[in-house]
Design a binder for this molecule. Structure first.
Ligand code: BES
Ligand code: MN
Ligand code: ZN
Length: 502
């Protein structure tokens, strides 16, 4: 929508649009400054029936004529007092942002603090929601539009925002920066597989590390053999775009004594998933460029962690990057592979490849890093889409404390998670007659749970671990709310919030 959104550091002298936020049922006079020259116009606009008197995301407009008035005034409905929360505010501000983009407003002064106060929402929380909405709506999917696209379609307005209170402005700034990290994730996610190869992603991670003071390491070629990163070696074998495991480390200036162990983030980064020899059929392959979105989210989160969150705990990230392709060198159903922790896996389906690469990172980090906790994100199964649609990510976590923290972060960021069960019966389903475990049971039961049960074999007993299956939530099918059609950057803000609480 926007080319750029910035927060003005000093009051904008004559903003193109002045916005007043109002709650449903609230007297609009309460939110208008005293002796406002054009108060009558605003009140009249807010009484028009289509505005529904403050319903969340509804907009009423006035074009006052009094001397010194702005050209346009927008009254933004923020909904019922008791129902105002981060999610409702993000969607109300998204509606506002869409309107401001449509009218190409160059600046807007936001007077929403009075309504937020009345709803008991802190200015910085309200501002964050606005910043996220405007920031996420400034992402676009035009990178690959070429000479064949009308230049005018690529034109987008820039907007300057002005906040009526300091706390609101602080929140907006924070939200905008969270959105920037999220947008970085989305752009990488949308990058096609002929460009975004494992090497391309490693180079990007390296640049991120250099720009923001992270340690960077990549396991590729012989390193993968030396470190017995068998999943990467096998899944990535058939492609000329060779696999790699990327490791990034954020080192805080000062580590809190109580937080001496690192937090570990792991992301499935399948740059393309054809299914391998267990080839995907019909249209099942389309969109599999986004099978790297777990890794993209982890990368975006590391950006946020290094630039804005700066927790007092070390954070280690692993991106398990490979292309699941097919050739005469492809790994096959019936292969048996041995992991660095000694676990043997009978491959029954080369399309259950995500868990095979994630297993490398889980085993490696448990052995080398002594993690305080591990969170992995993966577009792991179609099964989770059947179960939860695009409404929730599937959450598997048997550690009560970690689960509570992930759920709290999810509720702050508005990226919804729903707990799914882990059970001995799922573990039993993964037993192999010839090796230790299968990568997929040929029956069609509980695919998402099978994935989690498989991964559990690579997490050291006692290490708190949370697996998020994001196959249903990483992409939006339509343009609406804060999101354009395409990648949502799901997880970046959740992980940032998780680490903000270290
Ligand atoms: N990347 C897919 C899962 C997926 C499906 C993500 C649809 C996004 C949209 C994953 O690698 C996969 O192929 N999973 C299989 C597992 C099965 C073979 C056990 C699935 O879910 O069908
Ligand atoms: Mn697959
Ligand atoms: Zn996959």
């Amino acid at each position: 929508m926007f080319k750029g959104v910035t927060l003005s550091s000093s009051p904008v002298s004559s903003p193109a649009v002045v916005v007043f936020g109002v709650l449903q049922g609230q007297d609009i006079a309460e939110v208008l400054p005293r002796k406002l020259a054009y108060a009558a116009d605003v009140i009249a606009a807010s009484k028009r029936s289509e505005f529904a008197a403050g319903e969340s995301g509804k907009i009423a407009e006035a074009f006052p004529t009094a001397e010194g008035s702005p050209e346009r005034v927008i009254v933004l409905g923020l909904g019922k007092k008791e129902k105002v929360n981060g999610e409702s505010l993000r969607s109300a501000f998204a509606a506002l942002a869409r309107r401001l983009a449509a009218i190409k407003a160059s600046s807007a002064a936001l007077h929403v603090s009075a309504a937020l106060d009345a709803a008991g929402i802190k200015g910085d929380a309200g501002g964050r929601a606005a910043g996220e909405a405007f920031g996420l709506l400034s992402w676009n999917n035009l990178t690959f539009k070429g000479k064949g696209t009308d230049e005018s379609r690529k034109e987008r307005p820039s907007i300057v925002l002005d906040a009526d209170k300091k706390a609101l402005g602080k929140g907006i700034e924070f939200g905008l920066r969270l959105a920037e990290s999220t947008n970085m994730c989305r752009s990488l996610s949308e990058t096609p597989p002929n460009i975004a190869t494992p090497k391309y992603i490693a180079d990007l991670a390296k640049k991120l590390a250099k720009d923001h003071g992270l340690d960077f390491m990549v396991f590729e070629g012989k390193d993968l053999e030396k470190e017995k990163l068998t999943g990467h070696l096998n899944v990535g074998k058939a492609s000329e775009n060779k696999p790699c495991m990327i490791r990034l480390v954020y080192n805080p200036e000062k580590v809190s004594k109580k937080k001496s162990k690192p937090a570990v983030l792991v992301g499935k980064t399948m740059t393309y998933d054809t299914g391998g020899l267990s080839l995907k059929v019909n249209n099942g392959m389309v969109g599999m460029k986004r099978d790297k979105d777990g890794g993209c989210a982890v990368l975006g989160a590391m950006h946020a962690i290094a630039t804005i969150i700066k927790p007092d705990r070390q954070v280690i990230a692993y991106l398990c990057a490979a292309e699941n392709s097919l050739s005469d060198e492809a790994y096959r159903p019936d292969d048996v592979i041995t992991y660095r922790n000694g676990v043997t896996v009978e491959v029954t389906n080369t399309d259950a490849e995500g868990r095979l690469v994630l297993a490398d990172a889980l085993a490696y980090t448990c052995e080398k890093d002594d993690p305080a906790y591990i969170v992995d994100l993966a577009t792991l199964t179609g099964g989770v889409i059947v179960a939860l649609g695009s409404t929730f990510a599937g959450l598997f976590c048997e550690d009560d404390a970690l689960r509570a923290r992930v759920e709290a972060a999810a509720s702050t960021s508005g990226e919804r998670v729903w707990r799914l069960p882990m059970h001995r019966e799922y573990t039993d389903m993964m037993k192999s007659p010839i090796a230790d475990i299968l990568n997929s049971n040929p029956n069609r039961k509980a695919h998402a749970g099978q994935g989690a049960a498989f991964l559990a074999s690579f997490v050291k007993e006692g290490t708190p671990w949370c697996h998020l299956d994001i196959a249903g939530v990483h992409v939006s099918e339509s343009d609406g709310g804060m999101y354009a059609k395409g990648s949502t950057g799901w997880g970046v803000r959740l992980l940032a919030d998780l680490l903000a609480d270290a």
